[in-house]
Design a binder for this molecule. Structure first.
Ligand SMILES: Nc1nc2c(c(=O)[nH]1)N[C@H]1C(S)=C(S)[C@@H](COP(=O)(O)O)O[C@H]1N2
Ligand SMILES: [Mo]
Length: 516
């Protein structure tokens, strides 16, 4: 039993070294080819939509950490089994490690833009893992031979159980391997961070600048969401586990498909065109009522219709199929993207180049449409085509093709189940109604009573969210508080609840607080 545990530990240690080695090599070549990340991404792609929705609801923005953690846990469990197998025959345990790595290699090769180089991290993982297992096994058995010296060489052929292992040799091997794992793991992370540092670009002044954004009311209302979301705090939703590192010099945007002439633009070409600057609130279709997947920023970019007009859109196309640098696709209804709204190929966010996580060098931003049909990050191609001819990543998973952002109000302060003092309390949050003439009114309801108007914060434009605050004279006891928005074009936020799938959540944000 004891040697089984020891060998399980050997398997685990060997796997950790392998994973750290693979991750380090991947951080130098292509972060997405890191064995654990490759398996994780494949799991994301294979997970049925309802389960994904469940995971997002359950774990929120930790969903990816939990996914990577789970993959790692399964790998370590299997590696422990491989270790136990190695006790009898090293080759069998090592073989199982290699099979495990082969699964990761297959996952890496199956990524949309994979090439043969993506096998290299897996190769290193396998080498490091097997070498570590071999060394640990040898240290263990060498001890046995030394101690059994004189008892006859035939002892060598007996099972490991019958041997007295060398504690020291094994501990030295374990220590060295653990140290190597820590160093490589640390180096991999450091290199990943260094490589994904933002690239400095000089964002030219916009030909059509946006008016200065008024000062928000976050300073006056504790717990209020800031009027502008700092780029580093902006929500992130994508199918990736790593941050792509794309150089602006290597990047280009091609417009093809049903066009008069196919065009390709370099990053500098786009920077040289007249830029528009707009304050736009992005929203994710996976956001639950009251959820965090919404953010407001100032975007700078080239008007989408300027580019489409240069290419000359044909008469057949009904969608823009945008493709990211790795072949991930998003479908946008052509009529909505070109109906006069401020759709753009964005090159800047909040006055600087896009952060890598948010699409550097360029992404689409189209107000009023959920991100999954509009906001392609790391975009490299816009293909004018039809829904009949081509389908995109989420369309294939049965999400809606036409998905306007549903109007919604979110309560950001107080939080659910907070204990509040009696007397005046501020209830506050944000509300959005992009492409619906903005936020006209926000109302608050306490304990299912009448809806009462909240005060609105400053106006950042119709495609931007609006802060709101309600002064509540609270009586002791348990209370439910709720908020709803009315858009400028007269729509009142519906109480009918809908899940995010397939066209966005609806319902009223309402929860319980207690007043002492
Ligand atoms: N290339 C790429 N672009 C993408 C996605 C993606 O997975 N890959 N996710 C989309 C979704 S679902 C949303 S809501 C927005 C989120 O943009 P953000 O991460 O900058 O907030 O990006 C969109 N663009
Ligand atoms: Mo999204």
């Amino acid at each position: 039993m004891r040697t089984r545990l020891v060998y399980a530990l050997f398997g685990l240690t060997a796997a950790l070294l392998g994973v750290a080695t693979g991750h380090l090599v991947a951080s130098l070549l292509n972060p997405a080819s890191s064995p654990v990340l490759a398996v994780g991404s494949t799991v994301i792609d294979l997970t049925p939509t309802p389960m994904k929705e469940w995971a997002i609801r359950q774990f929120g923005s930790n969903d990816k950490t939990i996914l990577v953690g789970s993959v790692l846990l399964v790998v370590l469990l299997l590696a422990a089994v491989a270790g136990v197998l190695a006790r009898r025959r090293l080759a069998i345990g090592a073989g199982m490690l290699v099979v495990l790595v082969a699964v990761a290699a297959a996952a890496a090769l199956n990524r949309p833009a994979a090439d043969a180089l993506d096998l290299v991290p897996s190769l290193f993982t396998a080498l490091a893992g097997v070498a570590a297992l071999w060394w640990l096994d040898r240290a263990y058995r060498t001890g046995a031979v030394l101690r059994d010296d004189g008892a006859g060489a035939e002892r060598l052929t007996l099972g490991a159980d019958d041997r007295a292992p060398s504690r020291r040799g094994v501990l030295v091997a374990l220590g060295v391997i653990a140290a190597a794992t820590a160093v490589m793991g640390g180096a991999g992370r450091l290199i990943g961070r260094l490589r994904s540092r933002p690239e400095d670009i000089d964002l030219p002044a916009a030909a059509e600048p946006a008016p200065a954004l008024p000062k928000g009311i976050e300073g006056d209302v504790p717990g209020m969401t800031s009027f502008r979301t700092p780029s580093k705090d902006f929500y992130r939703v994508d199918t990736r586990l790593d941050t792509p590192v794309i150089s602006a010099d290597d990047w280009s945007l091609t417009i093809d498909g049903d066009v008069d002439k196919e065009l390709t633009f370099s990053f500098d070409d786009l920077l040289g065109m007249p830029l528009i600057e707009r304050d736009i609130t992005l929203t994710c279709v996976s956001n639950s009522v009251g959820g965090p997947y919404v953010g407001a920023a100032r975007w700078t970019g080239v008007r989408l219709t300027d580019l489409l007009d240069m290419a000359g859109v044909g008469s057949k196309a009904d969608q823009i199929l945008s493709t990211d640098f790795e072949g991930m696709t998003i479908s946008t209804p052509l009529d909505l993207a070109t109906d006069g709204r401020d759709a753009m190929v964005a090159l800047g966010m909040n006055g600087a180049g896009l952060p890598r996580a948010h699409g550097f060098p360029a992404r689409l931003v189209i107000p009023g449409l959920y991100g999954f049909i509009s906001a392609t990050k790391w975009v490299t191609r816009l293909t004018l085509t039809t829904y009949a001819e081509k389908s995109a990543y989420w369309t294939d998973k049965d999400w809606d093709t036409d998905a306007p952002i549903k109007i919604s109000a979110r309560i950001d302060t107080p939080n659910a189940l907070d204990e509040l003092p009696k007397g005046e309390n501020l209830i506050g949050g944000v509300a959005w109604a992009q492409q619906k003439d903005g936020v006209a009114k926000v109302e608050v309801r306490v304990d299912g009573g009448p809806w009462k108007p909240a005060e609105l914060g400053p106006d950042g434009g119709n495609d931007y969210w609006r802060q709101w605050v309600y002064r509540w004279d609270a009586e002791p006891g348990q209370h439910t508080i709720a908020a709803r928005v009315t858009s400028g074009d007269g729509e009142v936020q519906t109480a009918a609840t809908a899940e995010p799938f397939p066209g966005g959540s609806s319902g009223i944000h309402e929860f319980l607080v207690s007043v002492a």
